[in-house]
Ligand binder design. Structure first.
Ligand SMILES: [Zn+2]
Length: 162
């Protein structure tokens, strides 16, 4: 079910829209292979008339399943729009389409959800990727030759000479 409301229900009072929308309704699947929308979109919206327009305000949330661009690890990326708002004109050139007295909010929500997508999905901001996690000598024979320890060894020698 897309997120719609009936204009006739709005004539006397504001409307509350609370629910979940299956990710398929958002049609986000083909946008980016590293980002997948598999969880429902959760919404809690208030709809009211405002002069010759409709104002929709509320909270929109969607948890994305992402893959890190550096290390390919899967992770979850929550999109939270706690103060989402949408102004829908009821007349003029930008008039919102009305079908059987109903207005579909889905395209407006989709637009802002897409804007909140991560540009380069990373499992953590400083992810070092795949390469650095291999061949790291910890206590091997090479460990004593680290730059810091050799320099301190030389400064210790200098002290001995004095
Ligand atoms: Zn990563």
């Amino acid at each position: 079910m897309p997120i719609t409301f009936n204009l006739r229900h709005l004539e006397e009072d504001s409307l509350q829209l609370v629910g979940e929308m299956p990710p398929a309704e958002l049609e986000l699947e083909t946008m980016d292979e590293l980002i997948k929308a598999t969880h429902p979109l959760v919404y809690d919206l208030e709809v009211q008339t405002l002069d010759n327009a409709i104002l929709v305000r509320g909270r929109v949330e969607l948890n994305l399943d992402c893959e890190c661009v550096r290390c390919l690890k899967p992770f979850s990326f929550p999109i939270e729009l706690p103060e989402w708002a949408c102004h829908l004109p009821m007349e003029g050139d930008d008039k919102v389409p009305v079908v059987n007295d109903c207005v579909d909010l889905t395209p407006h929500i989709r637009e802002d959800i897409v804007l909140a997508f991560p540009q380069h999905p990373l499992c953590k901001p400083d992810c070092s990727g795949l390469a650095k996690t291999q061949n790291k000598p910890e206590n091997g024979p090479g460990a004593a030759a680290k730059p810091e320890s050799s320099s301190s060894a030389w400064s210790a020698l200098d002290k001995l000479k004095l």
